[in-house]
Design a protein around this ligand. Structure first.
Ligand code: 8YV
Length: 316
C-alpha cells in the first residue's frame, strides 16, 4: 500500500502483520507526480489526498491496483469512472468529518462577519491605541438569514448550528430535502433567489461539471452589498476573478475562504491583499480527533478491499 503523505506509525501498526506500507515522508512537499506514478505501478492499494491526481494515465500504469482510498469526503481528484471501468475500487471518508467541517464553516463565517483576523492583526501590530464606537465593528450573525448551497450531510450540520444562532435557514440543492425542511426547519430556494435573500451564502457543494464556476460575476451581483460569502467546499465552484472584483468593488461585503482553485495559495495571492477576505489553508476537517478517524477509515477501506471484502464507504 502506497501512502502519499506522512502518517504517524501508530495508525499502521494494527495492519503491519498483513500489509506492507510505504509512505511519502516529506511534510513540506507533496509527492511529485513521477514518483506517484512509479509507486502506483507497484501498489495494490493507494491512500491518497486531494492534490494527488488519480487519472487515466496513472490508472493505465497501475496494473496491480485494486483500491484507491481517498482521505477526504470529496473525490474530484479521482477519475472515478476510469477507476470503475478498470475494476479499481474508490473509497472516501464521509460522516466522520461532517461535524468538524460544519464547525469550521461556522467558525469561518463568524471570523469573517466579526472581522477576527483583522482584529488580531490590529492588536499584534500595536495599533490599539484608543476605543471608538465603531472600531472593527462587524456584522451580526444571530437572527440573520443563511443560504446554504449544497444540502448534503455537511450542509445540514451547518444548518443545525445556524438554527442555534436563531438564523433563518434557506437552502438550495439538486434534490429537495423534505425531512430537513420540516425538522430544522429549512426553506428551499432556487439558486438565484437564495443569493438575493441570504445575508450569508455558504458553499458546501462538491466540485462536478455542473457546479464548476457556479459562483460567477452574475451570482455575486445578485447577492446583497451586505452579504458575506463563505466557501468550505472546493475552489473550483467559484470564478475567483469574479469574486475578487466583487470584493474590491464592494458588491458584496466580505468572503471567508477555506478552499481555492489552486492550492496551496502563496502570500502574494490577490485575496490576501484584501481586508474583507479571510483565507484559511483548507483546514475544514483538520481536528486531531477527526483526522485520526479519517485515517482509520481509509485504512479499513483499503484493507477490506485487499482482503476480498466490501469497503465500508465506497463511492460507487
Ligand atoms: C480533506 C476535504 O482533508 O474531505 C474533503 O473533501 O476537503 C478535507 O476534509 C482534504 O481534502 C485533504 O484530502
Amino acid at each position: 500500500i502506497y501512502v502519499t503523505r506522512k502518517i504517524p506509525e501508530q495508525f499502521l501498526q494494527t495492519y503491519q502483520n498483513h500489509f506492507r506500507f510505504e509512505c511519502w515522508n516529506k511534510e513540506e512537499e507533496p509527492v511529485p507526480r513521477e514518483i506517484l506514478l512509479e509507486k502506483a505501478e507497484k501498489a495494490d492499494g493507494l491512500l491518497t489526498m486531494l492534490s494527488d491526481k488519480i487519472d487515466q494515465e496513472l490508472l493505465d500504469r497501475a496494473t496491480r491496483l485494486k483500491v484507491v482510498s481517498n482521505l477526504a469526503v470529496g473525490y474530484d481528484n479521482i477519475e472515478v469512472e476510469e477507476a470503475r471501468k478498470r475494476g479499481v475500487a474508490v473509497t472516501n471518508t464521509p460522516d466522520v468529518l461532517t461535524d468538524t467541517t460544519a464547525d469550521l464553516a461556522f467558525a469561518l463565517l463568524m471570523a469573517t462577519a466579526r472581522r477576527l483576523a483583522e482584529a488580531t492583526d490590529f492588536v499584534r501590530e500595536d495599533r490599539w491605541r484608543n476605543w471608538s464606537p465603531f472600531l472593527l465593528a462587524g456584522s451580526d450573525i444571530h437572527h440573520k438569514t443563511i443560504g446554504i448551497v449544497g444540502m448534503g450531510r455537511i450542509g445540514e450540520a451547518i444548518a443545525k448550528r445556524a438554527r442555534g444562532f436563531g438564523m433563518k435557514v434557506l437552502y438550495h440543492n439538486r434534490t429537495r430535502k423534505y425531512e430537513a425542511e420540516k425538522t430544522l426547519p429549512a426553506v428551499y430556494r432556487e439558486f438565484d433567489q437564495l443569493l438575493q435573500e441570504a445575508d450569508y451564502v455558504v458553499s458546501v457543494l462538491p466540485l462536478t461539471d455542473e457546479t464548476a464556476d457556479l459562483f460567477d460575476a452574475q451570482a455575486f451581483r445578485l447577492m446583497k452589498e451586505t452579504s458575506i460569502f463563505i466557501n468550505v467546499s472546493r475552489g473550483g465552484v467559484v470564478d475567483e476573478n469574479a469574486l475578487l472584483k466583487a470584493l474590491k468593488a464592494k458588491e458584496i461585503k466580505a468572503a471567508g475562504l477555506d478552499v481555492f482553485r489552486e492550492e496551496p495559495i502563496r502570500s502574494d495571492h490577490p485575496f490576501l491583499a484584501l481586508e474583507n477576505c479571510v483565507c484559511l489553508p483548507h483546514i475544514g476537517s483538520a481536528s486531531m480527533e477527526t483526522r485520526a478517524q479519517m485515517i482509520n477509515l481509509c485504512l479499513e477501506n483499503l484493507t477490506a478491499v485487499l482482503g476480498g471484502e466490501d469497503p465500508k464507504t465506497p463511492v460507487f
